[in-house]
Design a protein around this ligand. Structure first.
Ligand SMILES: [Zn+2]
Length: 170
């Protein structure tokens, strides 16, 4: 990292910390030549896992799909767009936070259920019951089997797919 004061190239990191959201690293740097101090903010690359669909096919994680599913559920309700965006952000970060290479759509669907349950009960019910009947709604919804309650145990959300599928003979 170049010193912004004297262009010396070998500056030293004297402090490094991740911000609260965990997506930006703040580094305090020191230039041994001019003794200047400066701060850099480095955004971590946002790597999203590949989504495993119900039929086993893989596709890239799509924020747009997530967004459209949630926006449909929230349409015409008195929910500020900002809150909807926040919800989408939180789910995306959560998906990312596991650091997995792949994640089933069902798991993402459960996260959406939980988030909507906290956000708005009507949106939650729409997402859980109405939308799963729509053919063109993405598989987040189609794969939800028990929409009555969101998962209350956070850990149960993490790796439900670690268990073998019930209908598959082993
Ligand atoms: Zn310098």
């Amino acid at each position: 990292m170049w010193c912004p004061f004297c262009s010396f190239t070998e500056t030293k990191v004297i402090d490094s910390r991740l911000n609260q959201e965990g997506n930006t690293t703040r580094r305090r740097r020191f230039c041994p030549r001019c003794e200047g101090r400066f701060t850099t903010y480095e955004r971590l690359e946002e790597v999203m896992p590949v989504v495993i669909k119900k039929d086993g096919r893989r596709e890239d994680f799509s924020r747009d799909k997530l967004k459209s599913g949630i926006e449909h559920a929230c349409s015409k309700l008195a929910i500020p767009a900002e809150k909807i965006d926040d919800t989408i952000d939180r789910i995306q970060k959560r998906v990312q936070s596991f650091g997995l290479k792949e994640i089933p759509t069902k798991t993402i669907g459960q996260m959406v259920m939980k988030a909507l349950h906290e956000l708005d009960k009507v949106a939650y019910i729409r997402f859980a019951s109405v939308y799963r009947d729509f053919k063109d709604v993405d598989e987040f919804v189609n794969e939800l089997q028990a929409p009555e309650l969101p998962v209350s145990d956070e850990n149960a959300l993490l790796f439900p797919f670690a268990a073998p599928p019930e209908n598959t003979p082993s």
